[in-house]
Ligand binder design. Sequence first.
Ligand code: NAI
Length: 732
Amino acid sequence: MNAQTTSNAAVYSEKDADGVVTIWLDDPEASANTMNQRYIDAMGDVVDQLEKDIEARAVKGVVVASKKKTFFAGGDLVGIQKIRADQAHEAFDMVEKVKSQLRRLETCGVPVASAINGAALGGGLEITLATHYRVAVDDRSVKLGLPEVTLGLLPGGGGVTRTVRMFGLQSALMDWLLQGQQRDPKRALEKGLIHAVVATKDELLPAARAWVLENADDPEAAKQPWDREKFRLPGGAPSSPKLAAVLPSFPANLRKQLKGADYPAPRAIMSAAVEGAGVDLDTASRIESRYFATLVAGKNSKDMIQAFFFDMQALGAGSLRPKGVERSKAKKVGVLGAGMMGAGIAYACASRGVDVVLKDVSAENAQKGKDYSKKILDNKVSRSQMTQEAADEVLARITPTTDAADLKGCDVIVEAVFEDPELKAKVFAEAEQQVDEKTLLCSNTSTLPITGLAKGVTRPKDFIGLHFFSPVDKMKLVEIIVGEETSDETLARAIDLVQQIGKLPIVVNDSRGFFTSRVFGTYVLEGPAMLEEGIDPMSIDRAGTSAGFPTGPLALLDEVTLSLPRHIAEETKKAAAAEGAEVPEPAGLDVLATMLDEHDRPGRAAGKGFYDYADGKRGKLWPQLRETYTKSDVTTPYSDLQDRYRFAMAIDAARCFEEGVITSTAAANIGSIFGIGFPANTGGVARFIETYEGGMKGFVARANELADAYGERFRPSQWLTERANAGKGLVE
Ligand code: NAI
């Protein structure tokens, strides 16, 4: 090999005896390659050198390859977070530079192949899109896609411009850009994103080299489709009658998909794609850079990057795991109660290779719990997401039983029987007789304080709350609740288990409703509170979804049943009374009482709630609702309705920080988005509080405004006010 450029640069090239240049991506100062300044500088040198060599006719072709485990991680998110609102120009210049290098590579005159050995997402995929041939290893770790939209960004390294030219406007938007889909190599091949897959890493470079050498003398192979003479945009240009006819529906559909919530990135992606489709590649590319720069300098991308990249990374890396405890791995888990949650937990464990004993009171119930897994697995097999053999293996790991003796040998017990402290104590007593002293004892209670439940077991230090969300197979979050006596080792082992089964743990301290269930209640109750004020029910739910919540509060109450918040409020009141305390009556309960007691409309399961239902499907709002409650002279600003939802949750979340129920902003952000539907476009509830316009002080001011207008529940506490005034955040 013949070194071409400095081999300790983030990008360097080597030329072999056949005249094939390999461009290596290998940032010397990081474990993954990103589009940082080191990349930009080094790539510039590599392309300069390459052009010189090609001019001297010393190059047959080029292979772009990576020395890292992932091919290339994408944009430099640490750098992006530092770009200020007034620096859109700098961002534009930076991305234009990245793109001009890739454009020069793409038009260098010899065939260029990329050898994709690991994940190529975002910027990583964009590098390969500027090459003429893409071959990837067919490995589970390899994912291909443009997920920028999930971070509030757009693929500004040519991703929008090139996918539009590869797939046509509509397919590029639907299949790659607007949802940031990630695909494995086989699916990417089927979709036409890449040209070939190889079975092993050893075959990768030879395959890329072979293509380059085979095509070395073919000038057409060294051209992208869009640089060929007769190129036509697949599916037609925006001005073609066929596309022009459907184009106006694009923004309307997007709005519908986002339920009116404010997400700047998909809007910008759509604009860049449509505007770029009608012009030449260089102009399209510049349009793309402009939209990119605006997003990068804006607040939304910062919020989403913080939550979906940095907070997720912190939680994944075990930032909340006590130090000094050895990692543990569960082999056999006993699940008590094979109802909706127990069945889901059993599936989650079995699908990650853990044996499960699934116990219920009758053989029929236990079997029904196991059948739940069968249904999910059958579905996966029928969609070719899994082989029958693999599915059978997962199913065989679940042993349904009524016999507590089968729990012998379990290293973890997860209890998911009815929400009744006495019953929970009873099933734990039964289980404890069968297992040894090291077995972790977990309860999936959704509201009952863990310290109280711990009184029902003989080893409270080994007892912990493991709050899964429904449906367990879809919901990634698990809220781990530490009781007063829970030991550090127990917490560490609980985190290990949650991660072992592929879920996302957040850790909170004990309190009624913990963090998620408690904060969730404040959102749903705001709906009936507004109804009582005379606000139109349609506006009530629309304001929720347009604020970024997945479902409006009235529709959501129908899902969880109207009696649930009432029951929780009663239990909370009783518990407070037992301690000689008093809790204020939550707003909105009167409406729930009337709906339940006078109109017998408990929710979706009964076919009637705030909405009417036919065959389980939500229909129209119950007509009498408007007649009963709506007042035509109420003119509450829509933005107040939206803020009331966000602030109702945020004020209670702040109280959770104040009370020490939650201590990590990352946990609060991720818990609020993944567990209880807090708008993802804010970056999570802690981020919302801390980075509100004007900072936390601005948040406190707005909360006071809402409290003056709509009730004391919005009043920020003295603790929060003092911290805001002192310029402090939610945690030290
Ligand atoms: P469920 O009613 O679907 O299932 C409870 C199961 O426990 C039933 O199959 C019942 O036969 C079984 N059971 C009762 N006594 C038993 C005993 N002595 N031994 C073994 N099994 C027994 O209830 P679900 O919804 O699964 O809830 C279970 C727990 O999970 C509750 O504590 C609930 O608060 C909590 N939870 C529920 C969530 C939800 O969305 N439904 C979310 C998170 C937690």
